[in-house]
Structure formats: structure tokens, C-alpha cells
Design a protein around this ligand. Sequence first.
Ligand code: SF4
Length: 111
Amino acid sequence: MQEKISRRYLVKCGLVAGAMAPAFGLLASRAGAAGLPPLDPADPTAKALGFVTDSTKVDASSNPTHTAAQKCGTCAQFQGKPGEARGGCNIFAGHSVPQGGWCKAYAPKPT
Ligand code: SF4
């Protein structure tokens, strides 16, 4: 009887923990994105990907496929919400990028 109760208890705990994990993950990512330090354009990875904080300043000669519509705010990697000045980026984990920034890893958000 004792073993049956223990097993049931463990199963219940496992189900509750499993159900809560996505909620905790979502909260952690939202809380983290708000306080992330800005990405420094001098960061070696940022430099390698041609990151700029203002997409209107992209060097057209070395980035001929760049268009005015390409900004962090319209990029699939951007984690900020519409209207937020900054947000996290999947490419530059641990840093925030501005809505108006850009880098060579730009990919349009799916519509
Ligand atoms: S991957 Fe997208 S969101 Fe991240 S810095 Fe480059 S353009 Fe901006």
C-alpha cells in the first residue's frame, strides 16, 4: 500500500512539474529579454555579421541585398514585441538589439 501511494505521489508531482515547465520557461525568457545588455557593435561576432544599431547606415556596397525594410524588428530572430524599442535576438543570446538594427543573419518573419 505504501509503495502504491508513493508511486501515485511521484506521478502526480511529475505531471504538475511537466505542466509548469513551459510557463516557467516563458516567464524566464520574458524577464530576461527586458534586462539584457545592448549588443556592442564591436563584439567580434557582431562585427563578423556586420551588425549595426541603425539599419539606414548599412554599407550598401558590402551588403547589396539589404533593403530599407530589413530591420531587427521585422527579423524572425527578434524576440521583442512590436512597439518595444529593444528585444533579445536568437543569434546574439544574452544581448538585446534595437528594433532598427540589422545584421547579415537577417531573415524575414514568416507571415
Ligand atoms: S539576426 Fe535579426 S534580430 Fe538579430 S541582429 Fe540580426 S537582423 Fe537583428
